[in-house]
Design a protein around this ligand. Structure first.
Ligand code: PEP
Ligand code: MG
Length: 534
């Protein structure tokens, strides 16, 4: 056994976990095949073969009627025409995955528009094979590790975190990483103990590690008496006080504030009473994606959005379009990993409209089931908003042509890029605004939010953020548009008085912050607050 040692880092998510070290190397980057590359067709054919093999196994185990349905799917996949359709699109500059998606979407539309009801009913089979092949083509995120173990590596992407089964415990130790990254936020929401910034350390795979996310330390081969009595400090999402105030709270001197919640994972809603909130102010839909293939699964997305609208029970639900890119890249088709200044949010969606169109169709179909608002991430200039709105109109027409129920909800935007915040008066097309101070802060301070070395600049740059918020709130009021805040600042009682001075009254916070913020608002004498209203 190696000598016992203790390594210091920074606690990114509280709690203690003990488990065997799973030392994970950074995944190989996926290379998108060149346009027309036969490698693309070969990869697609291999994925189809995998899908056929898995369907055969299923069919062998199934009852007669479902085996017939699976046989129908196998037959479709064995038809050479199906590869040819996608191969044609690969000539036109698409990679294997995008070509498969657009070929299959056209094929599905043919089924959905058929006069014969029996043929229309088969569309769902085609959707199923489309997703099965995509799963095989894109695979699950690389770098999987056993449930209950301690992930040890340079960094960990949100997609890998989300695809992992944390139900049997486990923790995270990162040589680099940051306490303000998206994955740290997810770890806190799921109460997964996490320590970041340990620097290079030597750990042998399989060694027992104790991760203390509260103290920011890692113990290699801990002694028996160092072992914790329980796995963690308890789920961060659990303690939301039930009350039927619908999220409306007044300061001690009578300023009314509306509190909604930010949701990263529908499981968080199990711990929240909808009557204690003014609704959902931000659903980060990118975190609902478990595999890259989910990006193109309209049916699954529709079902997920419908479930969330049902939870809210007519309260407003603001669903944000995928904010992929930056530290939320999928290693396969979406987003440049690591760059917060490149293709991210709406920029990426407009470059990959197939992704945008699928999500919009799912949202428009979910809209009749509740009070939905759609929010665009990372908008910088009005033309991005206009281009997205035009695609919404086109997809509404597609759904109408397919005879599918839908509605077009209000379209609003995150204000998280300084250029947009400074010119909010130019965004009259937006039905509402929500300030994303996590990003606004990193862009104003020129300090990446996933770099711990510059993390303190975020709090020091607070006066700059507040000045910009005041300016932008004035523009929002002049346009007559409601505006709120959904960045982490909203949940920090220390920022409360200053935020109220900017005119903000709509706050959206992590469920775990709701009870503390309500108490802070009720105790606050805000004093001479601004007359700007939202
Ligand atoms: C923000 O930037 O403040 C925000 C709420 O969005 P995200 O944290 O998902 O980037
Ligand atoms: Mg943001």
């Amino acid at each position: 056994m190696m000598a016992r040692s203790s390594i210091s880092g920074l606690g990114a998510s509280a709690g203690v976990a003990v488990g065997r070290a799973a030392v994970v190397q950074p995944p190989e980057r996926y290379v998108v095949p060149d346009p027309g590359d036969t490698g693309g067709v070969a990869a697609l054919q291999a994925a189809i073969d995998t899908a056929v093999a898995s369907l055969r196994v299923l069919a062998d185990r199934s009852a007669l009627d479902s085996a017939a349905m699976l046989d129908f799917q196998i037959e479709m996949l064995l038809d050479a025409a199906i590869v040819e359709m996608a191969a044609e699109r690969m000539q036109e500059s698409a990679d294997a995955a995008s070509a498969w998606i657009s070929a299959m979407d056209a094929y599905i539309a043919g089924f959905e528009q058929a006069d014969d009801e029996g043929i229309r009913a088969r569309a769902v089979d085609v959707v199923d094979i489309k997703n099965r092949v995509l799963d095989a083509l894109l695979g699950r995120p690389a770098g999987s590790f056993p449930p209950g173990s301690i992930y040890v590596g340079h960094d960990i992407g949100p997609s890998l975190f989300l695809s992992h089964d944390w139900s049997s415990g486990g923790g995270i130790v990162l040589y680099a990483g940051s306490t303000v990254s998206h994955v740290a936020m997810l770890a806190r929401a799921r109460a997964v103990p996490m320590v970041v910034g340990t620097g290079a350390m030597t750990v042998v795979p399989g060694q027992t590690l104790l991760v203390d996310g509260s103290e920011g330390r890692v113990v290699v081969e801990p002694s028996a008496d160092a072992m914790p009595p329980a796995r963690s400090d308890g789920p961060a999402t659990a303690a939301v006080a039930a009350s039927a105030d619908r999220g409306r709270v007044e300061t001690a001197d009578g300023i009314a504030v509306q509190l909604s919640i930010n949701v990263n994972d529908p499981a968080e809603l199990d711990h929240v009473d909808p009557a204690a909130t003014a609704g959902i102010g931000l659903l980060r839909t990118e975190f609902l994606l478990k595999t890259p293939a989910d990006i193109f699964n309209e049916h699954e997305q529709f079902a997920a959005y419908r479930r969330i609208l049902a939870w809210a029970n007519e309260a407003p639900v603001t669903i944000r379009l995928f904010d992929l890119g930056g530290d939320k890249a999928f290693p396969t088709i979406a987003g440049e990993h690591g760059s917060f200044l490149g293709l991210r949010g709406i920029r990426l969606l407009l470059q990959k409209p197939d992704i945008l169109r699928v999500q919009l169709r799912a949202l428009l179909r979910a809209a009749p089931f509740g009070h939905l608002r759609i929010m665009l991430p990372m908008v910088t200039v009005p033309s991005e908003f206009a281009a997205t709105a035009a695609i919404v109109t086109e997809e509404a027409a597609v759904l109408a042509a397919r005879g599918l129920d839908h509605a077009v909800p209000p379209l609003g935007m995150m204000v998280e890029v300084p250029a947009a915040a400074l010119t909010l008066d130019m965004f009259s097309a937006s039905a509402f605004f929500s300030f994303g101070t996590n990003d606004l802060g990193q862009y104003l301070a020129a300090a990446a939010r996933d770099n711990q070395a510059v993390a303190d600049l975020h709090s020091q740059a607070r006066p700059a953020i507040l000045r910009l918020l005041s300016l932008a709130m004035r523009d929002a009021a002049a346009l007559g548009r409601p505006a709120g805040i959904c960045g982490d600042m909203a949940g920090d009682p220390e920022c409360l008085a200053d935020l109220l001075k900017t005119g903000l009254r709509n706050f959206s916070v992590a469920p775990a912050r709701l009870a503390a913020l309500k108490a802070a608002i009720a105790a606050l004498h805000a004093g001479g607050h601004s007359t700007v209203t939202d």
